[in-house]
Design a protein around this ligand. Structure first.
Ligand code: ADP
Length: 210
């Protein structure tokens, strides 16, 4: 994972290696009047983050990669499963009223609807429920499968998909969340959820990892 925010000493090391690399850890330590042991964690961070490369018996050298480049490289490594949140599922026979209650209690913006075999059959968003609420239906008796967006029109993703690809799908389809599914032969089991909040959390954490 990448460290974009470098501390002062790491910035100094980077400058030294840029100017004098390839250079051994010992020599970097000398230039900073520190011991090699003190520098070890900083060198490890700079190497792991991709700013520096190390060659045995040659020393450290600057990779020439900009922060933007490193950020973009590490963004492309994040999988859906690294940041997924828990899905909230309801049965397709549940009333619209009960779905609204679930949405409040579970504090989510999207509910996933499943059949009696727990396979995904639909998606319910806040606006789906609002639209139904201002209509003429009896919210206590009409089941959610009447108003949900149904299969096969559901945008899905898998746990191994790249988070950036799923983020692009959210934008392209103009939806707030995408269920993470596992293939069950006759259909899909919902195992997780990627939402706009998930993407925001991933984005923020990228800037603060070490
Ligand atoms: P809201 O309707 O509250 O703005 P969304 O933008 O997520 O929330 O939903 C817009 C419409 O797209 C709704 O009708 C919803 O049922 C549908 N929808 C939401 N998520 C998906 C998805 N993953 N695949 C297909 N349709 C979806």
């Amino acid at each position: 994972m990448i460290t974009i925010e470098l501390n002062k000493r790491q910035e100094q090391i980077l400058e030294i290696v840029k100017e004098s690399g390839p250079i051994t850890g010992e020599h970097i330590a000398d230039k900073l009047n520190l011991t090699r042991a003190t520098l070890r964690p900083d060198l490890a961070i700079l190497t792991m983050a991709g700013f520096l490369d190390a060659r045995p018996r040659v020393g450290y050298f600057y990779t020439g990669k900009s922060r933007t480049q490193l950020l973009s490289e590490s963004l492309k490594k994040i999988k859906v499963e690294d940041y997924q949140s828990l899905p909230v599922v309801i049965n397709e026979s549940v009333s619209i009223y009960d779905a609204i209650v679930s949405m409040f209690l579970e504090d989510v913006g999207t509910l996933y609807v499943v059949d009696e075999d727990s396979l995904l059959v639909g998606v319910l968003s806040r606006k789906d429920l609002l639209r139904a609420s201002i209509g003429k239906q009896d919210l206590n008796t009409v089941p959610v499968n009447i108003i949900m967006t149904r299969m096969p029109n559901i945008t899905l993703c898998r746990k191994d998909d790249l988070l950036i690809d799923v983020a692009e799908k959210l934008i392209e389809k103009q939806i707030d969340s995408i269920p993470i599914v596992k293939d069950k032969g006759r259909g899909y089991e919902v195992t997780g959820r990627i939402s706009k909040t998930t993407i925001t959390k991933a984005f923020v954490s990228l800037m603060h990892t070490d």
